[in-house]
Design a protein around this ligand. Structure first.
Ligand code: HEC
Length: 307
């Protein structure tokens, strides 16, 4: 199977943002194998990790940032089509009771261990070992379980906390409401774990089924996405090259500075902007290249090629 979009992932804190959308990264992607979750779904799943543009200037950027820019990447997406309604869910207003909630629990080893235990027990059966939405109990669900290892990289704390607490009733999906099942702290632990799965910081150790993340597939998807942009006339080959070059530098920067960037988790636009600013400042790229990168990304998003 081919993926046509990419995913940006944060690398582990070691490396990456999954790029999905615009940036891809070396670290993470799903291996396209027999997964029930189609590539298109994954693609849809990932929101853009890039794009400083759209969210800039919101006072509460975190609340708004998830979801901008998903358009129907229709063509060329391979099979499956985007998971039903994911864009709508990502863009839905967060209920007042959840707005602005941020995690009180640092993603330290103890939290990740607690989160893993919860994930394995409660979530993996649907969302899969690696959080790619491809667990055995998720097959046949419509909409399919979200590839939360990826989506959690760009979704805000408050969105994730809300969705896990309240489940899918509001959207008519099979996602279970966990507020009576898990404590608030447990929900934050499992969020930490899911994000660490997506960033590559932890690897799945239990096996109910489902793919883990694969850097090579990720890189390939990224390249395919740019090629699609060129083919459709959305960007030129030179722009694709420039984008890839800047993207690689962003990945490298991220790998080296993940600790400082952690505070941007869940706020991809600001993270991206901070990294671009830092690269300009250190002279690794020019301001023009940074601006061009953002512009190219915006056009790819607009064309539905990236999210
Ligand atoms: C019965 C299967 C099932 C189980 C078990 C389940 N989920 Fe889900 N989950 C889904 C489905 C289906 C969706 C997609 C529809 C939706 O967003 O409501 C989803 C969506 C989500 C989302 C929204 C992601 C996004 O990108 O919008 C999050 C977060 C999530 N699940 C986390 C979890 C966590 C954490 C657990 C375990 C504590 C869990 N889920 C257990 C089926 C399940």
């Amino acid at each position: 199977m081919k993926f046509r979009k990419f995913i940006l992932s944060t690398a582990l804190f070691t490396a990456t943002l999954l790029l999905f959308a615009a940036c891809s990264t070396p670290q993470a992607t799903i291996v396209p194998t027999s997964a029930p979750t189609s590539p298109a779904e994954m693609a849809e799943a990932m929101t853009s990790y890039t794009t400083p543009g759209p969210t800039k200037g919101h006072g509460q950027g975190k609340e708004e940032q998830h979801g901008h820019g998903h358009q129907g990447h229709g063509k060329g997406m391979g099979m499956g089509g985007p998971p039903k309604g994911m864009r709508e869910r990502h863009q839905a207003p967060i209920p007042a009771a959840y707005q602005g909630k941020t995690s009180p629990i640092p993603a330290d080893e103890a939290s990740l261990a607690r989160g893993e235990a919860i994930y394995v027990q409660q979530c993996a059966t649907c969302h899969g070992d690696g959080g790619m939405g491809d667990g055995p109990a998720g097959q046949g669900l419509d909409p399919a379980p979200a590839p939360i290892a990826h989506t959690s990289q760009m979704l805000s704390d408050s969105y994730l906390f809300w969705r896990i607490s309240e489940g899918g009733a509001q959207f008519n999906t099979a996602m279970i409401p966990y507020k009576g099942i898990l404590s608030e702290d447990e929900i934050w632990d499992v969020i930490n774990y899911v994000r660490a799965l997506g960033s590559g910081e932890v690897k799945p150790r239990h096996h109910v089924g489902g793919q883990a993340i694969d850097p090579h597939a990720e890189a390939q998807m990224h390249a395919e996405m740019l090629a699609t942009g060129v083919k459709q006339g959305v960007i030129t080959q030179d722009e694709a090259d420039l984008f890839a070059e800047v993207h690689d530098k962003l990945d490298a920067y991220k790998g080296a500075h993940m600790d400082e960037l952690r505070s941007f988790m869940g706020n991809p636009e600001e993270m991206q902007q901070a990294m671009l600013d830092a690269l300009v400042k250190s002279g690794e790229i020019t301001q023009e290249q940074a601006d061009a990168f953002v512009d190219i990304h915006d056009r790819l998003v607009e064309a539905g090629i990236m999210q």
